[in-house]
Design a protein around this ligand. Structure first.
Ligand code: GDG
Length: 483
């Protein structure tokens, strides 16, 4: 990988930390966070060495990180995790309020859910500055800084003010709202200025990158923007604004699901859940209102009403993982999902068969991938989604090539996985119809579609994503120091 030639020190900055240390009755338990970003960057930092700066949120975090630095791994360390500690007021203003109740719904175009306040903004900005001070104080000269997401939008400019030797790439994981929507955020100009502190701005899709450049063009009219090259001239620098679609490690998923343990588990799940002639559907989401869980349940109701020939023949397993439960809207959604699921089961169950089964907790990653292998179809019904890794994981895990993916057109993933069957989560009748069609595809049609999507994922892996961003940053940083 081109990254092996990188000569500058690497610093990763995220809101959530890759390892959380929790107090237990018997001692300390380390939990690795299982998201795409962690699974891409943790091995890279272990190989190259470097530093990761993140909010230290675990109950035993201070114990394992005297002076705020936690070696990873604890024995025979390969890199350093720098923990930024936040007060409960900071967590509330920065994370729960400004990021999760303001920027998150706004970026997903759910305008009525967005709440902004000057007080939350001032905490958000202060916490971004706190992250920047920590990086400025502890990181080596000429480092490449790779920061992430909507929690840290103003981190790049805060860092640049303190340390002009560092090159910064900031990746925005969620959709970028079009200008008329962005403008509803009272602090949108400060957010844009904050992001423009970076040298490389990465988005999931070209549409997002273009929408960002549009916002800059409308807001700062004197700024020169080359849209076709994706470049913004800003305060004497050239900022690269590009699409870097995040992906998955398909090879790792394939070998995981082919392992004897997970193969057995996947077969066991089918035996356990399905009677002969029945088919298994699956969905996996954090219980977030952007994921379209309620619209999906409405479409399933519509499906069973319109196509009663499927009654008794489908078992749909929904994994709904609790998330952000400090925010009222999330607790409410969780209750609505429970209620809606119960109603559908009451309406359609026959004998021992019931259409919906819910798993209400997180499943470990190997078993989750095993479920994807075991399924006959997956429903990804997000209202809006930057990428959606679940869709890419399902395709990767389908080594038997039996399944069908129904994928919301408004996900970033839909722009790449063109052999998925497109659905519109706002159109329950159309959604139900597509599901009926999916179930009538021949085995050959299903296998062909999966093979084409798997070939795409082999050619665009998670490591290509990291490598593309960091080599772009490295190149920009090179010209920057020499000029
Ligand atoms: C944001 C953007 C973008 C879920 N349940 C379990 C579990 N998961 C894993 C999935 C997947 C990840 O969590 C979820 O990723 P998504 O991409 O689907 O969604 P967000 O969390 O909203 O992520 C999104 C992403 O950032 C990356 O840039 O794609 O658009 O919103 O990997 O497998 N993992 C385990 N147990 C679970 O129960 N182990």
């Amino acid at each position: 990988m081109a990254l092996a030639r990188m000569t500058r020190p690497l610093v990763v900055v995220t809101n959530r930390e890759p390892y959380v240390d929790e107090r237990t009755k018997t001692g300390i338990r380390t939990v690795q966070r299982a998201g795409g970003v962690v699974s891409a960057l943790d091995p890279l930092l272990r190989e190259l060495g470097g530093d990761w700066v993140a909010w230290g949120s675990g109950s035993a975090d201070r114990l394992t990180a005297p002076n705020g630095i936690r070696p990873v791994p604890l024995k025979n360390p390969k890199y350093r995790l720098h923990r930024v500690y936040l007060t409960p007021e900071e967590v509330q203003g920065y994370y729960n309020r400004y990021a999760n109740q303001g920027l998150w719904p706004l970026s997903h175009l759910l305008i009525e859910r967005a709440r902004f306040s000057r007080q939350a903004w001032s905490t958000y900005r202060a916490v971004n500055q706190k992250f920047a001070r920590r990086v400025a104080r502890e990181m080596p000269n000429n480092a490449l800084v790779f920061s992430h997401d909507y929690q840290l939008a103003v981190f790049p400019s805060a860092l640049r003010q303190l340390r002009s030797d560092m090159a910064i790439a900031h990746f925005w994981h969620i959709p970028w709202p079009v200008y008329p929507v962005l403008k509803l955020c009272p602090q949108y100009q400060e957010l844009l200025r904050g992001m423009l502190g970076a040298d490389v701005l990465g988005f999931q899709t070209l549409d997002d990158a273009q929408a960002f450049m549009d916002s800059v063009a409308h807001t700062f009219r004197h700024v020169a923007i080359d849209r076709s090259r994706g470049e913004i001239a800003w305060q004497g620098r050239t900022i690269e604004v590009k699409a870097f679609p995040i992906s998955v490690d398909i090879e790792a998923i394939e070998s995981l699901v082919r392992s004897p343990r997970i193969s057995r588990w996947a077969q066991g799940i089918r035996r356990h859940l399905l009677a002969p002639g029945q088919r298994l559907g699956i969905s996996v989401d954090r219980a977030d209102y952007t994921k379209g869980i309620i619209p999906r349940l409405e479409a399933l109701r519509e499906f069973f009403r319109r196509y009663p020939q499927h009654l008794g023949r489908i078992v749909f397993l929904q994994v709904v993982v609790p998330t952000r439960s400090e925010v009222h809207a999330y607790r409410l959604l969780y209750r609505q999902v429970e209620e809606e699921t119960r109603r559908i089961n009451e309406e359609f169950s026959q004998g021992t068969w019931k259409p919906l089964i819910t798993i209400r907790r997180s499943i470990d990653r190997p078993r989750l991938m095993g479920l994807f292998r075991a399924a006959d179809f997956a429903l990804v019904s997000s209202l809006f989604d930057g990428m959606n890794l679940v869709a890419k994981e399902f395709v990767s895990a389908q080594v038997d090539r039996r399944g069908v993916l129904l994928l919301s057109e408004t996900t970033g993933a839909a722009q790449e996985l063109s052999q998925a069957l497109p659905i519109n989560p706002w159109d329950p009748e159309g959604f139900a119809e597509t599901l009926d069609q999916a179930l009538s595809l021949t085995p050959e049609e299903r296998a062909e579609r999966l093979a084409a999507m798997q070939a795409h994922l082999h050619a665009h892996t998670l490591y290509d994503w990291v490598s593309d961003i960091l080599t772009t940053l490295d190149t920009v940083a090179g010209s920057y120091v020499e000029s």
